[in-house]
Design a protein around this ligand. Structure first.
Ligand code: FAD
Ligand code: NAI
Length: 496
């Protein structure tokens, strides 16, 4: 009995301490302290974007040394790895975003955030012109600001290769609003299929969900769609669920070219078991409002009816990036994106523009991992630049005041050390993807090789890795709650 009493007390004390600690952390986050005001004597950094790269840079930079201004059309950071879970309701949209002001409010010096879209960069005059493009935008027109340094981290937009109808007749999966629109359209197709008076072929069309693109975005979405059909639609729409078809169309001979052969085969066999139709070596040529025209492996043109088509065909440069490249002439000629050196300095910018992430063309894949590491690197670089400037000023002062030789020597040595800028080094943490029915795949670096694994255990690893990479305790708690909610109550089938 005494043992049980002690155990009970220890458990209670642990719960109370953990609860208190979590509450204190959340309270501290919600009550940031006073911030230093903008200082006209400091250099101004204008940051374009608040995605993976820019946010990572913001987290790392010491704003005591700079005036920082962030501009982006959305006022939050988005955790893209869980975006494919949003259209089916596996994760709530609000759980995977973090307001940018939450990040900027915790910096030492006040960071200004403007919700707006950068329209043009003038690298000669060192200005950015931006505009509030939201539906409600007061009376202010476009605004132009000066920068000493520009951080250009605008990411990329969805590549459609100019395929007719791709923009008009399909949904994308790039931003949160795409995922929300996708959710609404999916439920619209299903409810429309239930509506009386539909022909059999119309019901089949409405219940045909097509995903174009066998990269990780398309594969993860097809896997999530499968779970939704099997775990939820079967219960709430028993008469229809068996007629729902999911097709993945890919132009290349296989899906997920960035994964190992073994995992590609595992994904394709899982899709087969899950009855996801995989059409490889099939090129989409036109997307009509209700059907897609493809060239099949034998070269024949085939028209396939659909209710919903999601286009996940990859990345391309944003128009503003093309415009910036045009202004920089022979320095910027790469068709994939901006050319930067191994310190993330934009070629031709004389050290005034830093760029990284999906808007750049480097030897790395356009992933969150790369963008986040590059952003953190540039944040550290700015800290180093500020330290160098401080030491230079200190040295000058010491020389001016004819200080002791050993003092000058000590500062000179520090300055020499701090003036060495190491190039960016990428550390690959592995590739992970969810493929449906509680299975995930992982290619993980190990010693000098690679470990490939797929299945339910990898799914648990995938979940814990994605959870730990979320921005805040709030995000982690919300996503965990979403997963528990879906496990107990299933996914919500109401249409937004
Ligand atoms: P982004 O994160 O795209 O940020 C671009 C920023 O620029 C945004 O804040 C945007 O609002 C802003 N912006 C756009 N236009 C303007 C403008 N005119 N003016 C000002 N601001 C502007 N990678 C992984 O490593 N692992 C994954 O599991 C993974 N899953 C993904 C799932 C999906 C569905 C998608 C679409 C991508 C996924 N990625 C993943 C890729 C990853 O999201 C990108 O590589 C990463 O977001 C690139 O970071 P970035 O900072 O370059 O651009
Ligand atoms: P992607 O570029 O990886 O894949 C697009 C696919 O669409 C390609 O395989 C291409 O062959 C196919 N395609 C293009 N046009 C086509 C056509 N007309 N007909 C048929 N198929 C066509 O794009 P995705 O998946 O959006 O990924 C973008 C980046 O984000 C990648 O670097 C990826 O690694 C990263 N990402 C990583 C994830 C992860 O690690 N889990 C998840 C999602 C994205």
């Amino acid at each position: 009995r005494t043992f049980l009493q002690i155990l009970g007390r220890v458990t209670l004390a642990t719960i109370l301490t953990t609860g208190g600690l979590v509450y204190y952390m959340a309270w501290k986050d919600r009550h940031p302290g006073e911030q230093l005001p903008h200082d006209p004597s400091k250099k101004t950094i204008v940051v374009l974007g608040n995605g993976w790269g820019a946010t990572s840079m913001l987290k790392t930079i010491d704003t005591e040394d700079y005036n920082v201004i962030v501009i982006s059309p959305r006022n939050y950071w988005l955790y893209t790895p869980l975006l494919p879970s949003v259209p089916t309701g596996s994760v709530d949209p609000r759980s995977i975003i973090q307001p940018t002001r939450y990040i900027t409010r915790h910096k030492k010096r006040r960071v200004l955030f403007y919700e707006g879209e950068a329209m043009a960069v003038d690298p000669e005059k060192k200005t950015v012109t931006f505009q509030d493009t939201s539906p409600i935008h007061g009376e202010g027109g476009p605004s132009t600001i000066n920068y000493d340094y520009l951080v250009y981290a605008l990411g990329a937009e969805t590549q459609t290769f100019g395929i007719p109808g791709a923009k008009e007749n399909s949904c994308f999966l790039k931003e949160l609003w795409d995922a929300e629109q996708l959710r609404s359209k999916t439920m619209d197709c299903i409810e429309s299929a239930v509506f009386p008076g539909q022909t059999d072929s119309e019901v089949d069309r409405l219940l045909h969900m097509i995903v174009v693109g066998g990269g990780p975005t398309g594969v993860e979405l097809a896997g999530e769609m499968h779970d939704f059909v099997v775990e939820d639609l079967k219960k709430w729409y028993p008469e229809l669920a068996d007629r729902v078809r999911i097709t993945l169309i890919e132009a290349l001979p296989n899906v997920l070219p960035m994964f190992s052969k073994q995992l590609i085969a595992y994904t394709e066999s899982t899709f087969k078991q899950n009855k996801i139709d995989l059409l490889t070596r099939t090129m989409v040529q036109e997307i009509k409002p209700k059907s897609v025209v493809v060239k099949d492996p034998s070269g024949n043109k085939v028209e396939i009816p659909f209710g919903l088509l999601v286009w996940a065909g990859g990345n391309t440069m944003r128009p503003i990036t093309k415009d910036l490249m045009a202004k920089m002439g022979q320095h910027q000629t790469n068709k994939r994106g901006l050319t930067v050196d191994d310190h993330m300095v934009l070629a031709g910018s004389n050290g005034t523009i830093y760029s990284f992430g999906d808007c750049t063309a480097t030897s790395y894949a356009p992933t969150a991992q790369v963008a986040a590491q590059q952003g953190a690197y540039v944040g550290r670089l700015f800290n180093q630049l500020a330290q160098q400037a401080r030491l230079e000023a200190e040295l000058e002062e010491l020389k001016r005041s004819k200080a002791e030789l050993h003092e000058i020597d000590s500062v000179s040595k520090k300055l020499l050390k701090v003036s060495k800028y190491k190039p960016f080094h990428y550390s690959h943490q592995g590739s992970l993807a969810y493929i449906g029915s509680d299975k995930a795949i992982a290619d993980l670096p190990f010693l000098n090789g690679n470990i490939s694994s797929g299945g339910v255990a990898t799914f648990l690893f995938w979940r814990s890795a994605y959870l730990s990479n979320l921005f805040s305790l709030r995000n982690r708690s919300l996503v965990m709650l979403d997963w528990v909610k879906v496990f107990i109550f299933g996914r919500d089938v109401s249409r937004d």
